[in-house]
Design a protein around this ligand. Structure first.
Ligand SMILES: [Zn+2]
Length: 345
């Protein structure tokens, strides 16, 4: 393919594929700044995700993490409230994803689907009724664990390690940690029954394998990269990639340089991660999990913002990834899991 053909093909793929980004912290960032309103119209500078950028990047479905940082129930409600207000304010542009059919509907109507997520399960307070209420409000994805210290209602018994490590450390984590708490195990069953997607980003290795065993539905890892290429605790080992793929799960590769390389990660190195996961896990287990608006202050993602996403697609095509596989990466794989889980058991 010539350079011109690559750019054209990337544009066409973005127009004709349901493009899914499995993780952005835009709303949570706005709430943590103390704002009483989220403005996705594009008027706010410094955000990597807003409506004009999503449209320019051809993104049809954005997963918005609603609980981050403080992990409290009120914070999660506040963030979800601001997002729901934005959906009300832009009915021609945004659609709340509540059911499997909404995924198709968003694309057919040319709207951006908003899927509400909780990064961490602390806001659920260990109570089935609270989960039920959050489901009613539109919560459709729960990351079991975030960066929290253990509380009486944590899904995981220990805090997750965060940083560079090695294979021996990962194996020790798997063997010696308790993994899921009793509530964590019940939560997996409740999420399956409610038709809410389980996300294993941020959890330790014991929780990862236990949840894969326990969950009757495929799970996702919304934002992580490949441990074989960058030995960060947040990345998935080849064994994890294979286990995830066997259970029809999907990992969204994150655009964070520290997950991509120990030093100097760039877009080319991120593309290496895509090729590695394709090789180890096959074509059905990889997607996008940008972590837009979620990286530490002053850190630019390897794809600068949502509008620039076609740069990644061009890179995949340039590396020889075929169009069908690119479609799966851009959204087909997450669409499959979300459709199956949101349809309910
Ligand atoms: Zn995260």
């Amino acid at each position: 393919m010539t350079e011109e053909n690559i750019a054209q093909t990337a544009r066409r793929l973005h127009q004709t594929t349901l493009v899914v980004d499995a993780h952005a912290d835009t709303a949570g960032r706005q709430v943590s700044r103390g704002a009483s309103r989220l403005d996705l119209s594009g008027a706010l500078p410094g955000y990597e995700v807003d409506l004009p950028k999503l449209k320019a990047g051809g993104i049809d479905l954005q997963v918005f993490a609603c609980a981050v940082g403080a992990h409290d129930t009120l914070g999660a409600l506040r963030t979800m409230g601001l997002l729901l207000e934005e959906v009300d304010r832009h009915p021609d542009d945004l659609l709340l994803i509540r059911a499997a059919r909404d995924l198709r509907r968003a694309r057919e109507q040319g709207k951006v689907g908003c899927l509400l997520a909780s990064e961490g399960s602390i806001p659920l307070h260990g109570e089935r009724g609270v989960l039920r209420a959050f489901h009613e409000l539109g919560l459709r994805l729960v990351t079991l664990v975030h960066a929290e210290q253990p509380t009486p209602w944590s899904a995981q018994a220990d805090a997750s390690y965060f940083g560079l490590c090695d294979d021996a450390f990962r194996e020790a984590e798997r063997q010696t940690k308790q993994g899921l708490t009793e509530w964590g195990k019940e939560l997996v069953r409740l999420l399956n029954a409610a038709g809410i997607v389980i996300d294993l980003a941020h959890c330790n290795d014991a929780t990862f394998y236990q949840t894969l065993e326990l969950s009757e539905q495929p799970v996702v890892v919304s934002h992580a990269c490949a441990f074989a290429l960058c030995p960060h605790s947040r990345n998935l080992t080849d064994e994890q990639l294979k286990a995830l793929a066997e259970r029809r799960g999907v990992v969204g590769l994150a655009f964070y340089h520290k997950f991509v390389a120990e030093r100097g990660g760039d877009l080319e190195r991120l593309l290496d991660h895509f090729l590695h996961v394709l090789e180890v896990g096959g074509t059905d287990c990889v997607g996008l999990g940008s972590d837009f608006d979620g990286l530490p202050a002053g850190t630019a993602p390897l794809v600068p913002d949502a509008s620039q996403l076609p740069l990644l697609t061009e890179g995949l095509l340039r590396r020889g990834v075929d169009e069908e596989t690119v479609r799966k990466i851009l959204g087909g794989n997450f669409e499959r899991v979300f459709t199956e889980v949101l349809a309910g058991p």
